[in-house]
Design a binder for this molecule. Structure first.
Ligand SMILES: NC(=O)c1ccc[n+]([C@@H]2O[C@H](COP(=O)([O-])OP(=O)(O)OC[C@H]3O[C@@H](n4cnc5c(N)ncnc54)[C@H](OP(=O)(O)O)[C@@H]3O)[C@@H](O)[C@H]2O)c1
Length: 294
């Protein structure tokens, strides 16, 4: 079935903006709900997108958002819990509501964003909630496809940019989980996969791990990001008990660089050995990131 209209939950975010741009380029009509129209305007100003201020946690509003669209993409996610925005509410309950609203509105196709290592018995609350949401999606009876990326990089990422910024001020960087492994994947490749999969019936019922071409330890990624800014900080790997205490202290800062839950997530390497789907060749970090980090 050719998909002509899509509702993208989380379409204003880092990954969402790339997916929305690609969809618009293909002539697909895109509806993006947001809690903040200002944010949407900033993010997607020049695109022919239908802006809908909405509370996606309200099932009636969600059903109206889905009326008349061919597919739903759910990208909504948080890395840290804050106030009422818990993993339970944002990952699990929202997934349940999306499924219910899609059924009521008669939308058959659902693309769901998860994360690599998501599992109901995963090492962190973030990964467990993503894993439970996956189970709901798989059992939904909808034509669903699930995507599980490692860390995603791109001009507006919050991962490499954060380390590049920190390196500007810190000649010495105490680093938690310095040997944790990641396989960063380019945001544009993630967007391509979503858009390709949407009209590809063979991807229905599938789960795709999305990883870039190379594995890096966290300390290598930090050194790389710093070097792109002409900085060469001394990385001091923290032993796990110290890293855990540091994460606990950081949870109290207004800007959350790290939490104990992030620490637990990094106890499992974020890598995979499967081929990138749909014949797409994933970009190398070294070919993309220096352009925006510098
Ligand atoms: N970035 C990565 O490295 C990475 C890696 C693996 C998986 N993922 C997953 O990919 C998805 C997108 O990530 P991202 O980096 O693009 O995130 P992001 O930039 O923080 O964007 C999150 C989006 O979700 C919406 N949102 C956030 N909290 C919400 C809430 N409580 N209720 C309703 N909407 C909410 C925001 O919409 P408004 O503010 O406009 O309402 C925004 O559009 C997430 O599910 C994330 O877990 C990301």
């Amino acid at each position: 079935m050719a998909i002509q209209s899509v509702c993208v939950l989380g379409g204003t975010g880092f990954v969402g903006r790339h997916i929305v741009r690609l969809l618009c380029a293909q002539g697909v009509a895109v509806r993006v709900p947001t809690r903040s129209t200002d944010r949407l305007r900033q993010a997607l100003t020049s695109l022919p997108v239908e802006v809908v201020p909405a509370d996606v946690h309200d099932i009636a509003q969600l059903t109206r958002l889905f009326a008349g669209v061919d597919a739903v993409i759910n990208l909504v996610g948080i890395l840290h819990e804050q106030g009422g925005q818990t993993f339970q509410r944002v990952h699990i309950e929202l997934a349940r509501k999306v499924i219910e609203a899609a059924r009521i509105a008669g939308v058959g196709r659902l693309l769901h964003m998860s994360a690599l290592n998501a599992a109901p018995d995963g090492p962190s609350a973030y990964l467990r909630s993503k894993g439970e949401a996956e189970m709901l999606v798989q059992a939904s009876g909808l034509q669903a496809t699930i995507f599980r990326p490692s860390v995603i990089f791109g001009a507006e990422d919050s991962f490499l940019n954060m380390f590049a910024k920190l390196a500007k001020w810190a000649p010495i960087m105490p680093l938690a989980c310095a040997d944790a492994k990641f396989q960063p994947v380019w945001v544009e490749n993630v967007a391509q996969v979503f858009v390709h999969s949407m009209g590809d019936t063979a991807s229905t019922g599938q789960r795709y791990d999305l990883c870039g071409p190379q594995v890096y330890r966290l300390r290598e990624l930090v050194m790389f990001a710093a070097a792109c800014r002409g900085r060469h900080p001394l990385i001091v790997p923290l032993p796990n008990p110290v890293a855990y205490v540091q994460a606990g202290v950081m949870e109290w800062l207004p800007v959350k660089l790290m939490t104990r839950d992030n620490f637990y997530s990094m106890q499992q390497d974020s890598v995979c050995d499967c081929a990138f789907p749909f014949g797409i060749t994933p970009a190398r970090l070294e070919d993309i990131a220096p352009q925006y980090l510098a």
